[in-house]
Ligand binder design. Structure first.
Ligand SMILES: NC(=O)c1ccc[n+]([C@@H]2O[C@H](COP(=O)([O-])OP(=O)(O)OC[C@H]3O[C@@H](n4cnc5c(N)ncnc54)[C@H](O)[C@@H]3O)[C@@H](O)[C@H]2O)c1
Length: 476
């Protein structure tokens, strides 16, 4: 197998991973053309929008990278076939959501989009190619991709590499520029496999120091991505489990986190208590890990990881329950204002956001939910609640009635005016700097704040007259 010099890279999937990752590759490798393709025409049009405010995803630093590379050597297109044909390397960066039907429903990763990509590459390719799994995939998926490519193809040869992405939304550009490591899994026991791994290494070497580029076999690479997300989520669930204990005993979860985090064996990252983790990856990837373990009859291992999710569900439920209990056991007809809907700050991504679940529980208790988020649109919030309702058939009949009690604001002060309570669901920086005295004066008394991210100055709010609840602390 002979790989010519890499002149053209194609990425299938222009989402939160494909868009920023390819933008940075194009920025750092000006001699290589990078084309990002997607079946979603509206998304591609937004990536091509002259006005950089209209890019389909919000990510700090992304606009300037796009401004530098787009039209020079970075292109967004819906012409998938040509982009496949012309590329020496094809990244697959499509979504791999949890299955919502059939075998593995609610647990396994849905690989239908991956399979479609593999079949399309096989159909179109007329020259040898390197296919890179950028999406997060269950261990051994590369085997399935290879089998499709080899059996459906036109006799051309493919090398499959696993190159999982470790960026975090909200800091994606920084994470890509200064990656802790780049992981490349390939068939390093064969010459062709080694050549493919070297070709991909060469691209990253434009800006990543060689010692940070790790080579493993394909299965280690696939499993490392699931394991990394499982470990990160486990830390959040672990400290959140302690937060419950703190609220009961008078210990302070932040003090505990600081005390244990200063032990260098533990470290201080990912020890922030909260209303629970969200995002498209943690839950999906752990469920997938659990599913793989169960498929292999490793039930004790599966149970261990499943509890990370259960603890997270408990944390979201507990937060909603705390609001209801504190507001005299009913929120019926009460205005509850959510500050934030995104799953974390500095992104417009709402997938699996804790806000969706907390809102749903309060709507079920007849609350009126008013929301302000600096980057999330009303249509996205409605889509999120609709999606949740569709997963639970018993909700479908009451869905429209509940959604009629969702009010979305573009002015935070209007959102909080005459509210019975405010709940902070996302840690956007601007929430810290609001005029809280003005907010207090305009609220129904007693004025409650439920800070699900522990970002507000509780002492100051208490002095203004608020009753303040923060995670892992006693109610002030
Ligand atoms: N979002 C993250 O922070 C993150 C981080 C690391 C890894 N990942 C993984 O990366 C993968 C992609 O995640 P994402 O957040 O970018 O998803 P996304 O939903 O934002 O984007 C996926 C895109 O793929 C497109 N697509 C699907 N099938 C296609 C096809 N056959 N042809 C062309 N386009 C197609 C969709 O239209 C969509 O625009 C997932 O496996 C995810 O687990 C995500």
């Amino acid at each position: 197998m002979n790989f010519p010099k890499i002149k053209q890279i194609t990425c299938i999937g222009a989402g939160y991973v494909g868009g920023p990752t390819m933008a940075v590759i194009a920025q750092k490798c000006p001699e290589i053309n990078v084309t990002v393709v997607d079946i979603n025409e509206a998304r591609i049009a937004a990536w091509n929008d002259e006005n950089l405010e209209n890019l389909p995803i919000y990510e700090p630093g992304l606009r300037s990278v796009i401004a530098e590379a787009r039209g020079r050597n970075l292109f967004f297109s819906t012409d998938i076939e040509s982009a496949i044909k012309n590329a020496q390397i094809i990244f697959i960066s499509v979504n791999t959501p949890t299955k919502t039907y059939g075998k593995g429903k609610g647990m396994a990763a849905d690989l239908k989009y991956i399979e479609l990509c593999a079949r399309q590459i096989a159909k179109v390719a007329t020259e040898d190619k390197i296919v890179v799994e950028k999406s997060t995939l269950p261990v051994k998926t590369a085997q399935a991709i290879k089998s499709i490519l080899d059996n459906v193809g036109n006799g051309v040869k493919f090398q499959i590499l696993s190159n999982p992405e470790f960026l975090a939304e909200g800091t994606a550009i920084n994470d890509l520029h200064f990656a802790d490591r780049v992981l490349i899994g390939g068939d390093y026991l064969t010459e062709d496999g080694k050549a493919a791994m070297n070709a991909l290494t060469e691209i990253y070497s434009h800006w990543i120091p060689k010692e940070k580029i790790i080579h493993t076999n394909v299965w280690s690479s696939e499993l490392s991505k699931l394991t990394a997300n499982a470990f990160l989520a486990q830390r959040v669930s672990s400290i959140n489990s302690i937060s419950v204990l703190c609220e009961e005993t008078g210990a302070d979860a932040e003090e505990v986190a600081k005390a244990i985090g200063s032990d260098s064996r533990i470290g201080d990252k990912f020890l922030k208590v909260s209303v629970g983790f969200g995002g498209s990856c943690f839950q999906k990837d752990i469920l997938n890990l659990v599913y793989i373990c169960r498929s292999l009859n490793l039930h004790d291992v599966a149970d261990y990881w499943e509890h990370v999710i259960k603890m997270n569900d408990h944390q979201k439920h507990r937060f909603a329950e705390k609001i209801i209990n504190t507001l005299y056991n009913t929120v019926s007809g009460k205005k509850i204002t959510f500050l934030g809907w995104a799953f974390k700050k500095d992104t417009n991504d709402t997938r699996e956001s804790a806000a969706i679940y907390v809102a749903w529980e309060l709507l079920m208790d007849n609350a009126e939910i008013h929301v302000f988020d600096p980057k999330v649109t009303k249509s996205q919030m409605i889509k999120d609640l609709n999606y949740l309702a569709e997963q639970n058939l018993e909700f479908l009949s009451i869905k429209d009635q509940l959604l009629s009690k969702l009010v979305v604001h573009t002015d935070p002060y209007a959102a909080m005016k005459e509210a019975h309570a405010i709940a902070v669901l996302t840690e956007w920086d601007e929430f810290r700097t609001y005029d809280w005295e003005r907010v207090y004066n305009n609220m129904i008394k007693p004025a409650f704040v439920f800070d699900g991210r522990n970002i507000l100055n509780a002492k100051q709010l208490f002095q203004l007259g608020f009753r303040v609840f923060q995670i892992g602390k006693k109610l002030n």
